[in-house]
Write a protein that binds this ligand. Sequence first.
Ligand SMILES: NC(=O)c1ccc[n+]([C@@H]2O[C@H](COP(=O)([O-])OP(=O)(O)OC[C@H]3O[C@@H](n4cnc5c(N)ncnc54)[C@H](OP(=O)(O)O)[C@@H]3O)[C@@H](O)[C@H]2O)c1
Length: 249
Amino acid sequence: MRLANKVALVTGGSAGLGLAIAQRFGSEGAHVYITGRRKEALEAAKASIEGHVTAVTADATMSGDLDNLVEAIRQESGHLDVIVANAGSIERMNFGDVTEEHFGRTFDLNARGTLFTVQKALPLLRMGGSIVLLGSITAFKGDPGAGAYSAAKAAVRSYARTWAAEFGDRGLRVNVLSPGPIDTLIIDGQAEYFGQDPVALRAHMSTLVPMGRLGLPEEIANGALFLASDESSFMTGAELCIDGGMAQV
Ligand SMILES: NC(=O)c1ccc[n+]([C@@H]2O[C@H](COP(=O)([O-])OP(=O)(O)OC[C@H]3O[C@@H](n4cnc5c(N)ncnc54)[C@H](OP(=O)(O)O)[C@@H]3O)[C@@H](O)[C@H]2O)c1
């Protein structure tokens, strides 16, 4: 029970990595708040998480939703110990096809949404708290068709350095968890760009990973648990890559 008596927020906790992280945190004793835009998906996710779970419908790009989320946590729990800013998405596009709308959507969620999620939730974070930001290895490894997304994730990597320096004197830690390709619906969403069906795309992506497979959401949840818990108590401003070696060799 490495998160016993802790209160954790996981944005985008209704599916994929966020759900796996919320499930792991719940089984380690945390009271978990999960968010997402789709109420039904959130309710289904809630039913799959052990322990005390609160689901709050909130779009990470909407300031008013973030205010309501923080107020709901304040009223029910009064504080937070862990913030996992996980809500994010990729929309692949060739450089020549990039539009201002595509760029805006990508940065709105991955970069702007991450900043304001942390800014608004920060007053609730107690001394000793941990902030985990979901980055990506694409922030430092060239990935064709992912220019805006990779730049937004590079911003996320940068936030961790700045915020670790800014919040250290309050006893707060900030780290980035950067996955390689992990088997969630985010892979399916990229099939059209690659002109492959989702099964063929998974097989192709697996050939790019030294370990010869995609990662599992549970493997990312293990890393999130490490960063959220006291096991990483002397780690801040850092990046933990869980990528089967894809960006390491
Ligand atoms: N899977 C990978 O291979 C991979 C690799 C590197 C980095 N990542 C990063 O890991 C994070 C999670 O990815 P994933 O693979 O788990 O994605 P996913 O399977 O598509 O799940 C995304 C989750 O975020 C929620 N979400 C999407 N837009 C949102 C918004 N505007 N506000 C609030 N919630 C929102 C979704 O619920 P709703 O749709 O209901 O809102 C869902 O719960 C992202 O930041 C992603 O960039 C993933």
